[in-house]
Structure formats: structure tokens, C-alpha cells
Design a protein around this ligand. Sequence first.
Ligand code: FES
Length: 165
Amino acid sequence: MSELQKTLQFSEAALQQAELIFQRYPADRRDSAVMPLLHLAQREFGGWLSQEALDYVAAFVGMPPIRVYEVATFYTMYNLKPVGKYHVQVCTNISCWLCASDDIVKALQEKLRLPLGGSSSDGRFTLTEVECLGACVNAPMMQINDDYYENLTPAQVSEIIDRLP
Ligand code: FES
């Protein structure tokens, strides 16, 4: 492991979680754990995955860094730049789009005063457009941090944002 990679380190609690994750996979398939480990690293290292964090996970799993980059850049659940305290992810995929996700996006942009992909200067919000989040049956929807908000209307969007502490 290089000097750079040594500056990031999983906490004791995260190491225990990582061990549990590895136990889900055959011992000779540690790299199968890369996705949950990236998720763990994202939580552990401030809500996003820096190059340093990606390299740390690669070394931790024993994979070439390029293979970790391939995974991390494919899925929208991995944040490759810092996000706000509240990461608002709005789905605009087919089911949500058919149920007027355009109106939800507009309501969010007006409420947060942010473009898609933008973050507020106070570090409170990041607004991201994402692909299907698997809640199509209750479209349109958005995710804020770990919580889903479904069957949304523009008025509800405003209320939900106002209720955030
Ligand atoms: S299309 Fe939006 S959750 Fe599936």
C-alpha cells in the first residue's frame, strides 16, 4: 500500500462490518465484495469516494484500482465528488417520467435554488438526477440520504425539504 493510501483507514467498526461483508462471499472471491465495500467506504470517508478512497478500497479488496474505478464510475450511488449534508436524488427514469417527474425536478430546483448536479454554497444540499431507484410502483420519487419519498407531488417536495432539520 502506498504512502497516499495509508492516510485513509477504516475505523474499527468499519473493519468489523467489512469482515461481515467478506463472509457473504467465497473466500477466494473477495473482490465480489467490492460494491458493498465501496458503499461502506463512502459512509466512512465523508459521503463520497475520492481517488484516495477508491485506491484504499482496491488495496483492501486486493483488486487492481482500475477495476474499482470501473465499478465506482458506473453506478450513480457512488458519489465521486463531495455532496451536501442532504443528498437529494430525483429519479427521472421512465416510470417516474411518465408520472410527471419533470414537475418534481422543477419543484426541487425552485425550492433548493439549484440546478441538477448543483450543491448549495452552505454545504446543505446537493441535487442529483438519477436513473431508476427501484421504486417505480410508487413513482414519481426521490431519495434524500437513506430515505425514499414516493408518490410525490410538487407541494409535498416543498414540505419535505422544509421538514429537514
Ligand atoms: S423509474 Fe423512477 S424509481 Fe423506477
